[in-house]
Design a protein around this ligand. Structure first.
Ligand code: ADP
Length: 570
């Protein structure tokens, strides 16, 4: 083909491409060739069209895939423009916000942000715009139900596909559970720190509370040694020693009780109890102390004596009332103390005994009326209201009341007085006769015969104390310091009436000694005595074969009550 033909062919091609009318006269000679070219070109064009269509399909598929991924991503996404308008939202975000795409699109994002977090969000968004870096913030978002949830938002800056304007993709994760856990952990940490502080204060107070009576005991015992001491002074010093000892014992009792409660080892001993008798006993017991302070004490029993029997743990109710009345006396300087109980009906038609202990004392400020029931809290040494005491009484009292199925609360006004209330279920039982161990000192023991007594005790001071306390009931006292010997003495003296058996004896403990004695003597009365009524001691003593159980330091009245119980009228 010559140059001219080539040129003409190119010209014809361009004319066809541009849709121009072809001047066929120009192409006569090459017409055939031209038609050929044309058909090749048409095939090329069709092929290109097919390619284009395929690419478009691929683009569409990839767009669909992206939208599917965006919509169903495990994270919520919002697309926001630079003015904060929501321009896109995925399905997960709709679920989190409990709204539809239509409801949220073209709304301001601030509409779904909790008012308290608007400033934090504003700062986050400004930084995202200005610094062009990814940003994270924790805020609260609002659902359509008006409920809020904790969200962690991560913002990424990007450009709009067509307009190239900046837009922001905000990833939203629900971190409510995490936040709640963080909150709980923080609270637990604060509580642990608070407890730590209070325990330190408690220990400091306890140390003071133990040292003070100890000081009294040791100091006045030393003074008693003075050779020229008048009889009057001697008696006075002895009284101080006694008082200090009693105070120390109270503290130790409280510590043991609270430890048992904390360890869940405090047990209930439910039996029929006469509530009226209990109230009257406490009244008689505290009357002299109240009157010595120049005050008046009175009591009120709502039930007639025959209906005043309930099933409860008598010792615990006694401890509860005693503690409340003791506090009333301690925190009142003038006026009166009144206590007793009433019957109240609950909404569920249950009858309750509602006890009260009312005083005209110093009162308790409103902000401390809950704290006083908490263990350790009242032990805070900065507490100016606390007078002598370990600060455990009310927490023990509250624990006892709750164990018995009741509740305790206080109504109080500073400088006017306080009334402590507590309830107990009123489960009346028919009146029966009770064996009352409580003897008043006036009750003489004339009708208890003289006894042959074995004292098994390795501690010299305790042994002396028991010997003195039983001296007026004994015709013969045998003493031993070991368990083995106690068994042997019993074997050789079948006429022994009573064994006072210490539990912590060397060689063979009191439980084992009792078990061995029981093999050959079922009748002798064995009373176990331990330094502290720790959990299970009573049960162990009874299981070993003891008749009864007494805790040290042995109280004369209590010991006499035991003797009367087992030997009266013999
Ligand atoms: P304690 O009396 O040994 O300190 P409690 O647990 O019995 O311990 O009482 C805790 C605190 O409650 C006391 O320190 C006192 O501040 C206050 N409180 C208890 N009873 C009364 C009362 N009747 N009047 C005023 N304050 C009281």
């Amino acid at each position: 083909m010559d140059d001219k033909s080539i040129r003409l062919r190119e010209q014809a091609k361009n004319e066809i491409r541009n849709g121009m009318k072809i001047d066929t006269s120009l192409y006569e000679t090459d017409f055939k060739v031209l038609i050929e070219e044309l058909s090749i070109y048409q095939i090329e064009l069709e092929h290109q069209n097919q390619e284009l269509y395929k690419s478009q399909e691929e683009i569409q598929q990839s767009k669909d895939r992206y939208l599917d991924l965006f919509d169903n991503a495990p994270i919520g996404y919002l697309i926001v423009d630079k003015n904060g308008w929501i321009k896109g939202i995925n399905h997960t975000a709709c679920l989190l916000l409990e709204s539809s795409k239509d409801e949220l699109t073209n709304n301001k994002i601030t509409k779904i942000i909790h008012p308290d977090f608007q400033d934090i969000y504003y700062l986050f968004f400004r930084t995202l715009i200005n610094q062009k870096r990814n940003q994270t913030c924790d805020i609260k978002l609002q659902k359509s139900s008006n409920a809020f949830f904790h969200a962690r938002i991560q913002g990424i800056r990007q450009s709009h596909v067509t307009s190239n304007e900046p837009e922001f993709r905000l990833a939203i994760i629900d971190v409510t559970i995490q936040k709640e856990m963080e909150f709980k952990l923080l609270k637990a940490k604060e509580k642990a720190q608070e407890n730590d502080k209070l325990k330190t204060a408690f220990l400091a107070n306890m140390s003071h509370e133990i040292r003070t009576p100890m000081n009294g005991i040791l100091g006045f015992a030393d003074l008693l040694k003075e050779p020229d001491l008048s009889n009057e002074l001697q008696q006075e010093y002895i009284k101080i020693i006694e008082k200090s000892g009693a105070r120390m014992l109270n503290i130790i009792n409280d510590i043991v009780d609270i430890s048992k409660i904390e360890a869940g080892l405090m047990k209930l001993e439910i039996a029929e109890s006469n509530i009226n008798e209990l109230v009257e006993f406490i009244y008689t017991f505290f009357k002299p102390e109240v009157e010595a302070k120049g005050m008046v004490i009175s009591f009120k029993n709502a039930l007639p004596a025959k209906d005043a029997f309930i099933k409860t743990d008598r010792e615990k109710v006694y401890a509860i009332l005693t503690n409340l009345v003791k506090n009333a006396i301690k925190y009142t300087n003038e006026g009166s103390i009144e206590f007793g109980y009433e019957i109240v009906e609950t909404r569920h038609a249950l009858s309750l005994l509602q006890f009260y202990v009312k005083d005209t004392g110093i009162g308790i400020p409103k902000d401390r009326q809950e704290a006083i029931f908490e263990r350790f809290i009242q032990a805070d040494i900065s507490d100016k209201m606390a007078r002598q005491g370990a600060g455990l009484g009310l927490s023990i009292t509250k624990a006892y009341i709750e164990m018995l199925g009741g509740t305790i609360w206080v109504k109080s006004e500073v400088e006017k007085g306080s009334t402590f209330y507590f309830t107990l279920p009123y489960n009346a039982v028919p009146a029966i006769l009770f064996e009352d161990l409580q003897l008043t000192p006036s009750e003489k023991n004339d009708h208890v015969r003289k006894l042959k007594i074995l004292i098994a005790e390795d501690d010299e001071v305790s042994e002396m104390l028991i010997s003195i306390n039983v001296s007026e009931y004994s015709k013969e006292v045998i003493k031993t310091a070991t368990g083995n010997e106690a068994v042997e003495i019993c074997r050789q003296n079948p006429d022994i009436d009573l064994v006072l058996m210490d539990i912590q004896l060397p060689e063979m403990n009191g439980y084992e000694a009792t078990r061995q004695i029981r093999r050959f003597n079922k009748d002798v009365i064995i009373i176990a005595q331990t330094a502290f009524g720790l959990s299970g001691d009573r049960e162990k003593a009874m299981a070993a074969g003891c008749n009864d159980f007494i805790t040290k330091p042995i109280n004369k009245i209590e010991l006499q009550a035991f003797l009367r119980k087992y030997f009266k009228n013999q």
